[in-house]
Design a protein around this ligand. Structure first.
Ligand SMILES: Nc1ncnc2c1ncn2[C@@H]1O[C@H](COP(=O)(O)OP(=O)(O)OP(=O)(O)O)[C@@H](O)[C@H]1O
Ligand SMILES: N[C@@H](CCO)C(=O)O
Length: 331
């Protein structure tokens, strides 16, 4: 322990933003990190400090929606996995006390479990990095671990929430041994309205209702849309890009789980939205606008008409280009 830096009394806080998976046209392959323009914290935070033994405390607006036993919390599993891998490398890490500030609703389509996984693992990497003098895992290695942990909870390994949440911006999954995700160019003037209705849709259940096979016409449309969308981003051809933003894979089946989805789309598209769809596996919906006033009108309408209970909310967002961050919050 003598060669370790002194972290006594230091508290590090890691933040990981909300994210929207699929972006309609890229099922499991596209994702974007979101940040409300009014400064609301939309993401999970994890605090870390040295302790005699590991513990996890859970606070925040959605803490009571998680299982009471901290051992079943994905943050505990992140810690256990992190120290196990380091131990296998011959590095025994001193325990930490972790506090999860659970701001994101569970089963919301905003990458709630991904935000906890990313905040926990990024926080652990930065905290132990300061202790050891260098981060234990590089960005690629850490993203691999994030995908694995998120997969344990959502029933399948898909990176479209963890990758944008960790890296920021709009990401395309490459899933290659040396390149997991690619960061794409974006339209900086786009506003993304994100409205969470307040009901819970489990990702595993929303995957179960999808057909196991996709028809030939839909396969061809999916491939064309994704390829043309990426090209349009690189050429900053906004009209072509939004024309590609439709979902032939999941939305036709999943919208039956979302009360008022069709009216919401109709209102949004008639009031200036360039695209509208389900965020991840829902129930959050998103609308893309190039005009702030229209985005605000749509957000207000969704707040009044799409939200089902008092846990729902609606935010006008832009893309969070930064992704996960960590800062020293020691008193
Ligand atoms: N820290 C955590 N954050 C979120 N979910 C957690 C966490 N720890 C354990 N869980 C459990 O993981 C499951 C997450 O389910 P699911 O993947 O449907 O939600 P989600 O990640 O919130 O979905 P979405 O990506 O749609 O926001 C729930 O059963 C929840 O109780
Ligand atoms: N791509 C995943 C995201 C889940 O948030 C799905 O749609 O099932």
């Amino acid at each position: 322990m003598s060669e370790l830096n002194d972290m006594t009394g230091k508290t590090l806080r890691a933040f990981a933003p909300a994210s929207t998976g699929n972006v309609s046209l890229g099922f499991d392959l596209l994702g974007a990190a979101l940040k409300p323009i009014d400064g609301t914290v939309l993401g999970d935070e994890v605090d870390l400090e040295l302790a005699d033994e590991f513990s996890l405390a859970v606070e925040g607006a959605f803490a009571h929606k998680l299982p009471a036993d901290p051992d079943t919390n994905i943050v505990t599993r992140c810690y256990q996995h992190f120290v196990k891998v380091m131990s296998e490398k011959g590095v025994e890490l001193p325990p930490v006390k972790m506090t999860l500030h659970k701001h994101l609703p569970i089963g919301s389509g905003l990458g709630s479990s991904a935000a906890s996984v990313v905040a926990a693992l990024h926080g652990l990497n930065e905290f132990y990095g300061q202790l050891l003098g260098d981060v234990p895992f590089n960005q690629h290695e850490l993203l691999l671990i994030m995908g694995e942990l998120e997969g344990q909870i959502s029933g399948s390994v898909h990176y479209d929430n963890v990758a944008p949440c960790y890296l920021g911006g709009l990401t395309l999954m490459a899933e290659q041994a040396d390149t997991l995700a690619l960061q794409l160019p974006t339209f900086k003037h786009w506003y993304w309205v994100a409205c969470y209705s307040g009901i819970t849709v489990s990702t595993a259940a929303a995957r179960d209702i999808l057909p196991k096979q996709v028809s030939m016409p839909n396969t061809l449309k999916f491939g064309r849309q994704l390829a043309v969308f990426v090209d349009a981003l690189y050429r900053q051809d906004e009209k072509l890009a939004v024309n590609m933003m439709t979902d032939v894979i999941a939305e036709p089946y999943r919208k039956s789980l979302l009360p008022h989805f069709d009216e919401s789309r109709e209102f949004a598209m008639q009031n200036g939205a360039m695209a509208f769809g389900i965020s991840g596996s829902g129930p959050t919906v998103f609308a893309v606008c190039d005009n702030l006033e229209q985005a605000q009108t749509i957000s207000t309408w969704l707040q009044e008409n799409y939200i089902q209970n008092d846990t729902g909310f609606s935010h006008v967002c832009q893309l969070d280009e930064q992704g996960a961050v960590a800062k020293d919050i020691s008193a």
